[in-house]
Design a protein around this ligand. Sequence first.
Ligand code: WQD
Length: 331
Amino acid sequence: MSVLVTGGTGYIGSHTCVDFIEKGKEVIILDNLSNSKEEVVGFIEQITGIRPKFYNIDLLDREGVKRVFDENDIDTVIHFAGLKAVGESVAKPIEYYHNNITGTLNLIFEMRDHDCFKLVFSSSATVYGKPETVPIKEDFPLSTTNPYGTTKLYIERILTDLCVADDRFSVVLLRYFNPIGAHDSALIGDNPNGIPNNLMPYVTRVAKGTLPHLNVFGNDYDTCDGTGVRDFIHVLDLAAGHYAALKALEKSGVSIYNLGTGNGYSVLQLIDAFERVNNIKIPYQITDRRPGDIAECYADASKAERELGWKAVHTLDEMCASAWKFESSIK
Ligand code: WQD
């Protein structure tokens, strides 16, 4: 039996493939390469010694998805594939809804047609909208502030309704906080196209000299130093969280877990750690707040520890060191 990883050549997907292969799972990757490269399959092979089967297929291509299920014995799907740029989603909402939601519907139709009922879905802390308090627990109210986040929330609802209607399905919704860092090999990591939206890839490109300075979006939030506070989690911990989530697939219905460290660090604290660990200065300017940003966002991650036996173990220093090691190794 194999595990199908949609979006398996992407940032979190590729680290999860490595983790699963190292733990003895047979992995098959489906990815349309819209934000990743096929060479990642080779990097996964270099790290693990095993080359996963790769399909360059778009989830919107239902026939293509069917072929993947026809040709393989898949019993579990880890579903990462989706568009994820917040700003772009505001400009292109219907493309986001079509791609993320129709893609997921095609996937679950084919799963059902092929008697495959176990799914782990890549959701996001963005579904908590503007939380009234932190740390955030899984039962906090849900809302969104942009179409990207709304696709995550709608897919969560679709999968929940599916499980109510059909008790053969078991689904785990994993709500990620802020994944950063890279594999120790520096072969895989976060390498977005164009100017990065997220903090760490922006920082590493400033460190490299590709971008002149970092803009820190606001220093007048009600936080320890006025800058935004986030729950940065090492992508290796996040990958391990998916493996731990397999345990929750043993029972039918929906299970929901936050994947975070439970600690918040501010933007300035992250810059400090990056500078200290890597001995590089990050020039920055304070600019206006970014619309839609919230002051503080960090997880109560105790449910995943209690029920899945999973806990993030990597430090912020390790995240900063590995992120820079990866960026500095990119040609
Ligand atoms: C973190 C902090 C910024 C860039 C977003 C999505 C979320 C999730 C992850 C993924 C904030 C500040 C950032 C910069 C800065 N989705 N910042 N200068 O906003 O917490 O979450 O990415 O697929 O849905 O909303 O992450 O890394 O963009 O920002 O000062 O150039 O860094 O204001 O306080 P965010 P982020």
